[in-house]
Design a protein around this ligand. Structure first.
Ligand code: FAD
Length: 299
């Protein structure tokens, strides 16, 4: 029996882990730090304390090391089910089960797919959701970025240093991103864009060869060997919904913002799962708050 089990090893879960373990509670963090958004985000320039920025992977490794220093355990297992059993919870993974008096949910969010033919079939064969993981495979090649926001802007900037050509296919009429990114994009010589593009298919035999799209009613095609999808994120709420937690109208886990309590006593939630400003620094803040609340709940 653990005092607290934290589901998710991103900045929210790891910060909660630091607080609970340092508070003297038997703490387990379930989740893989390398599959967090934080680890896949590349360089974090706006996380306080690092004037030259810090790589997301390094930030995750440092947070885990800090939690482990205070005695938190980490298992890289995926939780499949959480069962409330009176005054404790049972968490089931594929091969094991754990019990805890309190649970902190911090499952973050996952990439939203475009949802067109060819996307799933060609994933890992040219279609990617992570420039920092796969960008280097496209050195001196032509790539497309599909998206419309900060994620797309950052992908363009990263890929422009590697690929021969980077073409944005945006379903919106404008790339809406932080001015600092837009200024840098303006200076790129190997970048072009099609705005208002409705993607219809990703084509390729073994590997991606082109992206088919429409602008208005006119069908068009872009030759590309890589397609980076940056269509935003969707919260990983499956476990919370199955547990019967109250959700917000936007589909996030509903919490009391003062203490990160959910609608179920003993269950707290933090980070992107709870909506709001989806940032590493805010995930850390709500993770700290959830950790403190769990300590108070445990007494
Ligand atoms: C490309 C990119 C760039 C970004 N750039 C910035 C930036 O510059 N600055 C900034 O502040 N923010 C940035 N962000 C956003 C920031 O990374 C997120 O807001 C932050 O990581 C959210 O933290 P989190 O702990 O809520 O979730 P995540 O970091 O998503 O972590 C979720 C964790 O939960 C685990 N998990 C999910 N389901 C389960 C399950 N069933 N069982 C066990 N574990 C599970 C995952 O494996 C992961 O470990 C960026 C995000 C992306 C994708």
């Amino acid at each position: 029996m653990h005092d607290v089990v934290i589901v998710g090893a991103g900045p929210a879960g790891l910060t909660a882990g630091i607080y609970c373990a340092r508070g003297g509670k038997k703490t387990l963090v379930l989740g893989n730090i390398y599959s967090s958004q934080q680890s896949m985000g590349g360089l974090y320039e706006n996380y306080p304390g690092f004037p030259d920025g810090i790589q997301g992977i390094e930030l995750s490794e440092r947070m885990l090391a800090q939690a482990q220093k205070f005695g938190a355990e980490n298992q890289t297992e995926q939780v499949e089910k959480i069962v409330p059993l009176g005054d404790f919870f049972r968490l089931k993974t594929e091969n094991w089960q754990y019990e805890a008096k309190a649970v902190i949910l911090a499952m973050g969010a996952s990439h939203r797919a475009i949802g067109v033919p060819g996307e799933e079939e060609l994933t890992a064969r040219g279609v990617s959701y992570c420039v920092h993981c796969d960008g280097a495979l496209f050195r001196n090649k032509a790539v497309a970025v599909v998206g419309f926001g900060n994620g797309a802007a950052r992908a363009i900037l990263y890929l422009a240093n590697i690929a021969d050509k980077v073409h944005l296919l945006s379903p919106r009429e404008k790339l809406v991103a932080e001015p600092v990114y837009l200024d840098r994009i303006k200076k790129l010589s190997n970048y072009s864009a099609t705005l208002g593009a409705e993607i219809t298919e990703i084509q390729g035999d073994q590997f991606v060869s082109s992206v088919e799209f429409k602008v208005g009613n006119t069908p068009r095609s872009l030759k590309a060997e890589g397609v980076f999808v940056e269509m935003g994120m969707t919260p990983n709420t499956k476990l919370a919904v199955a547990l019967g937690l109250e959700m917000t109208p936007g589909g996030y886990v509903k919490v009391n913002r003062l203490n990160q309590e959910t609608s179920m006593p003993g269950v707290f939630a933090a980070g992107d799962l709870t909506g709001g400003r989806l940032q590493a620094a805010t995930a850390v803040g709500s993770g700290a708050s959830a950790g403190i609340s769990a300590l108070q709940y445990l007494g």
